[in-house]
Design a protein around this ligand. Structure first.
Ligand code: NAP
Length: 297
């Protein structure tokens, strides 16, 4: 079998087009557009790239975006003060604190300080709690949301399927599992203490891999013929500046039915859902209803 590509660049471009026209309509009708403020602490090279990409995409579709850059030595107190100010600022619809944060800062205190209505990453406990109980009025974490949207666009069914998720992080693995359960999949979540990983992945109809530990770790021998393989990981080689995923694309694409490339798979859909969430935050905060069905799950 030769796998078909799950082309995140293509699917995200469809979203971007519709977001662009929605934003033009909002500008014409309400004389304002959604705005996103990103807080970047320190100089983590991967974070610098991600923030630059987010800003670029926002600019392309007409979302106002600002970046607040802080020294790696900024205190947690100072960071929380900035978030509190942004929470109160009516001109700011979305707030994103780029992770990871330096080790002297407690990530969960920072994330939970963001007002749930402005938490466009969907990492705040309020938004995560809503997702866990199937309440879609909150903001859904962008990466799992983007993966679900991509599967739907390719008409890949999840109902009754064995979905194996590799990784149990709060930002990818766990919310992905919740979305898959709500879409009637039978879900197995694996982590670093899982035994006999290969025996579990071999039984999967869909594998969603988000480990980020060793490039190309998931070989064809881990994958059942016809499986759908989604590779979330982004493992950057700073010498070559190339990105790789968890999945050995060359061997796995011979047995899978669909596969995401890295880069160009999950990454662009993550940014599309960040924009989706920023628009949703703007609409909610301005009590604007039914502007576009794209902002519904
Ligand atoms: P994380 O917090 O480090 O979580 C990694 C998970 O992988 C953990 O749950 C860990 O288990 C599990 N794991 C590690 N080794 C394993 C093994 N041998 N077998 C099975 N599970 C194993 O990472 P994350 O934030 O979820 O991100 C994961 C990857 O996705 C990274 O490469 C990141 O850069 C990428 N990412 C990409 C996007 C995108 O838009 N494309 C977005 C977010 C993240 P334990 O819990 O037991 O430690």
């Amino acid at each position: 079998m030769s796998a078909k590509l799950l082309d995140g660049k293509k699917t995200s471009a469809k979203y971007m087009e519709s977001f662009k026209s929605l934003i033009e309509n909002l500008r014409a009708k309400y004389k304002k557009v959604p705005s996103l403020t990103v807080i970047l602490v320190g100089e983590n090279p991967a974070s610098l790239i991600y923030v630059k990409n987010k800003q670029k995409r926002c600019a392309e579709i007409g979302i106002k975006s600002d970046v607040i850059r802080l020294s790696k030595d900024v205190s947690q107190k100072e960071l929380l003060k900035i978030i509190s100010k942004l929470n109160k600022d009516k001109k700011v619809n979305g707030i994103l604190v780029q992770l990871p944060l330096p080790s002297h800062i407690d990530e969960s205190s920072v994330i939970n300080a963001i007002s749930p209505e402005k938490d466009v990453d969907g990492f705040n406990v309020v938004n995560k709690g809503k997702l866990a109980v199937g309440d879609f009025t909150g903001l859904i974490p962008c990466t799992p949301f983007g993966i679900l949207k991509m599967l739907k666009l390719y008409k890949i069914k999840t109902e009754g399927k064995n979905v194996v998720i590799l990784g149990r992080s709060n930002i990818v693995g766990k919310p992905m599992a919740e979305l898959m359960l709500q879409n009637n999949a039978t879900v197995t979540v694996c982590h670093s203490r899982t035994k006999n990983l290969k025996a579990i992945t071999k039984n999967a109809d869909i594998i969603i891999s988000a480990m980020g530990v060793k490039a190309g770790m998931i070989k064809a021998s881990y994958v059942k013929e016809g499986c759908v393989v989604v590779d979330v990981a982004m493992i950057r080689n700073f010498e070559t500046n190339k990105l790789a995923g968890d999945v050995d694309f060359k061997s796995v694409s011979k047995v899978a039915s669909y596969i995401t490339p890295v880069p160009g798979g999950v990454g662009p859909m993550t940014i599309a859902m960040l924009i989706n969430n920023t628009i949703k935050a703007f609409l909610t905060q301005n009590n604007i209803e039914n502007e576009d069905t794209q902002v519904q799950i």
